[in-house]
Each structure stands twice: as structure tokens, then as C-alpha cells.
Write a protein that binds this ligand. Structure first.
Ligand SMILES: Nc1ncnc2c1ncn2[C@@H]1O[C@H](COP(=O)(O)OP(=O)(O)OP(=O)(O)O)[C@@H](O)[C@H]1O
Length: 446
């Protein structure tokens, strides 16, 4: 593996004293797709500006092909030719009167002869699909088109590394797909692509390697599979888990996923679904269609919860020669429950009793006040966002859940859960376990 970019103990402060990066040590491999994931203000854009020398580190260094960056104008010109940056806001990047002139700006500055510049611009515009707009002023373009012009301006310099700050911000889904296709193509032809994003689904499905940033530091790095399994780190970085992983975990808990690697995208996810458990088996002559028969011991692929298990099967179709198609029975799950604790009538002693006596396995808090109470009294919160839906999902897979909330949100939670019960026909146990509210379905009995 060839290392193309590296930082060593890199720190950067803005002139007003804001420390935006602290002791960053990263290594970027040539030809990879890299995502820096972090919430607003974590330092992604600042880091990117240090990678091509726009920002000079206060401490530490940036190395390109193993050589420390120098900050004289000739060296900077060279590194900027090799490490191109596409800014978050295209208007900060595009300034020439026409798209043609904008894309020509970089190659012209490299002192290429006119005909070479013309060929580069022509080829680049064709490559990004903007030839038909070449004489338009950039401010007449849509956000997605401007983004492509900005990318074209960088591609025209033929850099080894293309760094894109939030490449999909303000793009509609189709525009976003187009930009990602373009980046994949550039990567396929050997460019190292580095992006920043808050979009965990994008990073999870797209990147070869992920750096997780929070509060001016890289707090974790690894393959997407490694990073997005680190629930605590994601929480620390105020990020969620990718939706594909969330769905996969729910499928797995219900015993309908194959034992395979966690899926990276939707086709992967579909593939993890265990095929319907239909089998051809030999059956005794007296067995009739519709009957349930004992299949004895299942093992390996066919056992759902352990290496070996006994299973009943329903005979769906009886064929000649003593063969039948049977459907394997699934083990029923223990019924889960959702208790709601109204923190307007909070009593720590009582809450601890509820947690213990009801065997609560998953606690969530909704609303700032309830979260503050939980933090103050050191009640561990398994869920802090999407609390109602998460609790429904956990209850569906057999867990006993408790939601800490207060005021109108108690009724809101009840309404949402009862709405789900009504729609799905699945009768979850739900109720308010303290205070005066009488809205519960099975109050106090969870
Ligand atoms: N020109 C500036 N002067 C002073 N502080 C700045 C400047 N630009 C950014 N900062 C600060 O540096 C820190 C890192 O900002 P940065 O823009 O690098 O974060 P980011 O991860 O790219 O955020 P976003 O996802 O919102 O783009 C923040 O605290 C920010 O307020």
C-alpha cells in the first residue's frame, strides 16, 4: 500500500485563537475512497485546508508522498496541483464569467499552452457532462450543476487526490447520485478521493476507510464495518448508526437473517434475509398436508438460535414417493413491553424499583428535562434519539423497555405506540407506570 498523504501531530488554530485541530495523526492510502465523518464544527473543513497547504499548521506537519509540505509559493502551487479541493459552497469556488473560463482557470495558471488548455477544458466538460452549458454564466446554474462545475475545475488540474468538503450538501437525490457516480469513476481511474460528511449512510456504503472526528480530534478510524459498529464512539460524535445496520440488527434479532457479514447497502441487506424455510423432506406415509410434524434436531444453517435445536414443521404439500414440502416453524419470541415513566412525578427510589422489578433491559429518555434527570441520577440511557420507535422495535424483539418522559410527551408516546399496536395488530404491553396519568393500556402492569 502506498501512503499518499499523512499528518503528524497536526494542530491548527485560527487567527482569533480558536483551536480547530489538535494532534491529528492520519495516514491516507493512495487510490482509496476516504470519508471523514463528524458533526458540525468537528474540524473536517479545517483539516482539509491543511492538506493542500491553504492553512499552515501551528504544530506538526503534513506529508505528501512522504515529504513535508513547504509553504513557499512555488511548493504550494505544486501541492495544490496534486491535491485539489472542492469547497462545500460552490459559490466560494466558481467566479469566472462563463463555465468554460472557470474550468480553464487552473490549467491556464499552470502556464499550459492555449491549445492544451482548450483540449483539457473540452475533455473535462465532456467528462462531467457540462459541455452544453459551457458558455453560461455559473450563477445561472442549479446547485447540482454548480457542484459539477466546481469538481470540473479541480479535475481539469488532473490532481492525484481530490478532496471534497460535504460534496452532497444542497443536492437533490438524483444530483447527489450523479456526483457520487462521478467520484466513483474518478476513483476507479486511480484518484484518491477524500470527502467529509455527516451522512453516516453515505460514508458506510461508500468509503473504503473512515475517520471519525469530534471536537477537533480524530476519535476513531477503520473500515466502515469497524467504525459503524462502535455505538459508543458514534454517540460521542453525536452521530447515528447507518440505517442498513439498524435494519439488519432487527432482522437478525428475529432469526430471519443468514449468518453473514453485516450488509453495506440495500442489495447486501436483502441478501442477508434467510430464504423462506421451505424444505423437501422424506415423510412417513400416514402424514397428511396441513399437519405439523416434528423434524427432530436441526443444526448448522437451519438452527436459528443455537447450534442444535428441535423444530416443528408444517406439511404444506405432499408429493408422491414419500416426499413433502414442509415449512419450518419459528420459535416464538417472548413478548416485550414498553413502560412509560412520567418524570414530572419523579421519585428516584420508585424508578429504581420499576427498573428492577419489571426487569427493564432498555431505557430511553425523551425531552431535555428527562435526560437531565437521568444524567443527574446516573441512570444509563440506552436510547437518546428516536426513542419511541427504538422502544417499539426493541419491544417487538422481546425486550422490556422504559421511556422516561414528561408533560405532553407522555400522551404523545402513548398515542404513537397505541397507533402502532392498532395498525400492526401486535399487542405490545404498554402503560404509564407512575403519576396520575390514566391513559395507559395496561397501566402499571408492564
Ligand atoms: N475562519 C475561522 N475563524 C475562527 N474559527 C473558525 C473559522 N473557521 C472555522 N472555525 C472554527 O473551527 C472549528 C472547526 O470548524 P470546521 O469548519 O473545520 O468544522 P467542520 O467539521 O468542517 O464543520 P461543518 O460540518 O459544519 O462544515 C469550529 O469550532 C469553527 O467554529
Amino acid at each position: 500500500m502506498v501512503v499518499i498523504l499523512e499528518t503528524k501531530d497536526l494542530s491548527y488554530s485560527y487567527p482569533d485563537g480558536t483551536l480547530a485541530l489538535e494532534d491529528i495523526n492520519i495516514t491516507i492510502q493512495k487510490g482509496k475512497k476516504i470519508a471523514f465523518v463528524g458533526r458540525n464544527g468537528s474540524g473536517k473543513s479545517t483539516l482539509f485546508m491543511t492538506l493542500n497547504g491553504t492553512h499552515r499548521p501551528k504544530k506538526g506537519e503534513v506529508l505528501f508522498h512522504g515529504k513535508p509540505l513547504k509553504y513557499d509559493s512555488k511548493s504550494l502551487r505544486e501541492v495544490r496541483k496534486s491535491v485539489g479541493i472542492v469547497f462545500q459552497n460552490s459559490d466560494d469556488q466558481i467566479f469566472a464569467p462563463t463555465i468554460y473560463q472557470d474550468v480553464a482557470f487552473g490549467p491556464t495558471n499552470l502556464d499550459y499552452p492555449k491549445d492544451k488548455v482548450a483540449k483539457i477544458v473540452h475533455d473535462t466538460l465532456e467528462y462531467v457532462g457540462l459541455t452544453h452549458l459551457k458558455d453560461k454564466p455559473p450563477h445561472h446554474l442549479s446547485g447540482g450543476q454548480k457542484k459539477r462545475v466546481a469538481i470540473a475545475g479541480v479535475v481539469a488540474m488532473d490532481p492525484e487526490v481530490i478532496v471534497l468538503d460535504e460534496p452532497l450538501s444542497n443536492l437533490d437525490p438524483v444530483g447527489a447520485d450523479e456526483v457520487m457516480d462521478l467520484l466513483n469513476e474518478l476513483n476507479y481511474f486511480g484518484k484518491t478521493i477524500i470527502i467529509s460528511t455527516h451522512d453516516v449512510d453515505l460514508a458506510y456504503g461508500w468509503a473504503d476507510y473512515v475517520f471519525l472526528m469530534n471536537d477537533r480530534k480524530v476519535i476513531s478510524e477503520g473500515t466502515p464495518e469497524e467504525i459503524f459498529r462502535q455505538t459508543e464512539k458514534l454517540k460521542e460524535a453525536y452521530l447515528k448508526r447507518p440505517i442498513t445496520l439498524e435494519i439488519y440488527d432487527e432482522i437478525r434479532k428475529r432469526g430471519i437473517a443468514r449468518a453473514s457479514k453485516p450488509p453495506r447497502d440495500i442489495p447486501d441487506l436483502v441478501h442477508t434475509l434467510r430464504p423462506q424455510n421451505l424444505m423437501w423432506v422424506d415423510v412417513p406415509p400416514e402424514v397428511k398436508e396441513g399437519e405439523t410434524i416434528n423434524m427432530g434436531i436441526l443444526y448448522g444453517e437451519f438452527a436459528q438460535d443455537s447450534m442444535y435445536e428441535a423444530a416443528n414443521c408444517k406439511v404444506l404439500h405432499k408429493h408422491e414417493d414419500g416426499l413433502a414440502i414442509v415449512e419450518m416453524g419459528r420459535k416464538p419470541l417472548r413478548a416485550g413491553s414498553i413502560s412509560i415513566y412520567d418524570t414530572s412525578a419523579y421519585d428516584n427510589e420508585e424508578l429504581l424499583q420499576v427498573l428492577k422489578n419489571d426487569g427493564i433491559e432498555c431505557v430511553g429518555a425523551m425531552g431535555k428535562k428527562s435526560k437531565i434527570v437521568a444524567e443527574r441520577d446516573e441512570i444509563y440511557l440506552h436510547v437518546t434519539s428516536g426513542v419511541i420507535d427504538r422502544s417499539i422495535l426493541n419491544a417487538l424483539s422481546g425486550q422490556r423497555c422504559l421511556i422516561l418522559t414528561h408533560g405532553g410527551m407522555v400522551d404523545h408516546a402513548l398515542e404513537r405506540i397505541n397507533g402502532y399496536i392498532e395498525k400492526s395488530g401486535i399487542n405490545l404491553h404498554v402503560g404509564v407506570v407512575n403519576g396520575d396519568s390514566d391513559n395507559g393500556n395496561g397501566k402499571g402492569s408492564c
